[in-house]
Ligand binder design. Structure first.
Ligand code: AMP
Ligand code: ZN
Length: 446
């Protein structure tokens, strides 16, 4: 079975066919003005899983994730705190990179920042082209993109043309999610705001053009996959298509993938409701980030996921059970093809991770080889290769063997005695239907 992905542009599941030898992937990154929250992390983990599935399928990748380091929100915060905006963006970019590691997210090949000279140049050049070809016009406070001129505007988000507010313009980076309005490509200099020189007037870029410029400069005019969270479908991704295709005259992206949102206690995350959690909040409640990653894997990326502390506690238990199983794992000799191909079928079916996790549990129970399990974990990303095999203290194996012999001979008094001795050595023995299992007490490997 070939890899199949849901493409928002066609609203269909399609077989993935890359343009060239290296798959070009662009993912909208964080706006670095605050700590990244668990909703954002859901999207970033979905993108990480996508990369791992592509790699599992043998593809080579170039992954670019931008950092939005200039926009309305950043400027507002810098103004309120009376600091240079770079103090804010540097601080939160560093925090973002720290958290990425904790969630075992594979780093991108490039993390372009909008304010870097080469990207700013690319934005200015794209806007100049759009002005020349009449897709853009100069307003009193900035350069605007005329959505009416771009005939396929609205195709990605499926919004109806009747929503077009003729002549209406927005200067805000985030606006009306229902209506079409011309949007700002460039905002003319306002007092005390950072600005850059441009032939059409000093100012700063709008948020949407940033992604069009960074993606095309890094990946070319046309590339394979573009992702983000569903909230970006309109207007952000719609606008990216309009600007890029109007400027280059070429198809911008082949596959659009959008991750559904994370809710908290069945509600939208909102600062005023106090339910916007970060990895720091998670750690304070005694949860490791990888438990959060496991929780994300239990829902399909196109379904909403409702976060509760109980669901995180279950995820933590499930992850610890996997580790415990692996720490005294016994491989069994049998044909593993069925399980291995079920896993592949699940991930190739538009990243069906809940099914893949179920297959992984089945594989663990049936005694699939450790090599195969760890291959599966290359996709799950739960760092299971680091699970320590538990080592018995000297002499303990001999006592375990003697206890087995005593049990086999029906001498349960003797076997209980030996269990006590082992206990004093720090080895806990439990008799299960699969025979006795042991665990080293105070083992901190899980
Ligand atoms: P932002 O920093 O707000 O631009 O968001 C960074 C990424 O997180 C974008 O891809 C958003 O679509 C995504 N995102 C924002 N809120 C949520 C949420 N509650 N659940 C899932 N993804 C989200
Ligand atoms: Zn973007």
């Amino acid at each position: 079975m070939a890899l199949k992905l849901y493409n928002y542009y066609s609203r269909k599941i399609e077989e993935f066919k890359p343009i060239g030898n290296v798959v070009g992937l662009y993912t909208c990154g964080p706006t670095v003005y605050d700590n990244v929250h668990i909703g954002n992390w859901r999207t970033f983990v979905f993108e990480d899983v996508l990369k791992r599935v592509l790699t599992f399928n043998g593809y080579e990748l170039k992954h670019v994730m931008n950092l939005t380091d200039i926009d309305d929100k950043i400027i507002k915060k810098a103004h309120n705190l009376k600091v240079n905006y770079r103090e804010i963006t540097n601080k939160y970019a560093d925090a973002f990179f720290e958290d990425l590691k904790k969630l075992n997210i594979i780093p991108a090949n490039a993390y372009p920042r909008a304010t870097e000279t080469k990207y700013m140049k690319q934005m200015i050049s794209m806007i100049s082209i759009l002005l020349k070809s009449g897709f853009a016009y100069s307003g009193d406070d900035g350069i605007y993109f005329s959505v009416e001129k771009f005939t396929t505007y609205g195709k990605l988000s499926g919004l109806d043309k009747k929503n077009l507010k003729k002549g209406a313009r927005v200067n805000d980076d985030e606006y009306d999610k229902e209506n079409w309005t011309d949007f700002a490509l460039w905002k003319f200099k306002r007092e005390s705001e950072p600005s850059w020189e441009a032939p059409f007037g000093e100012g700063r870029p709008g948020w949407h053009i940033e992604c069009s410029a960074m993606s095309t400069l890094e990946l070319g005019d046309t590339f394979d996959i573009h992702t983000g969270g569903v909230d970006l479908l309109f207007p952000h991704h719609e606008n990216e298509i309009a600007q890029s295709e109007a400027a280059t005259g070429k198809k911008f992206v082949h596959y659009w993938m959008e991750g559904e949102h994370l809710q908290v206690d069945s509600a939208k995350m909102a600062k005023r409701d106090g339910n916007v959690y970060t990895l720091v909040d998670i750690a304070q409640k005694g949860f490791e980030p990888l438990a959060m990653r496991y929780l994300f894997l239990t829902a399909h990326y196109r379904s909403k996921l409702n976060f509760t502390w109980e669901s995180l506690a279950s995820a933590k238990n499930a992850l610890n059970n996997i580790r415990q199983n692996l720490s005294f794992y016994k491989e069994k000799d049998f044909s593993q093809d069925r399980i291995v191909s079920s896993f592949r079928n699940a991930i190739d079916d538009d990243l069906n991770m809940p099914r893949a996790v179920a297959v992984f549990h089945e594989a663990l129970k049936s005694g699939v080889s450790k090599v195969e399990l760890l291959k599966m974990d290359e996709v799950l990303g739960l760092e299971l290769a680091d699970t320590q095999e538990q080592k018995l203290p000297t002499g303990a194996q001999k006592l375990l063997d003697q206890r087995e012999a005593a049990r086999a001979a029906g001498n349960f008094g003797k076997s209980d005695e030996l269990r006590e001795v082992l206990m004093k050595m720090g080895v806990e023995v439990e008799d299960t239907t699969d025979g006795p299992k042991w665990k080293v007490k105070n083992d901190t490997s899980y």
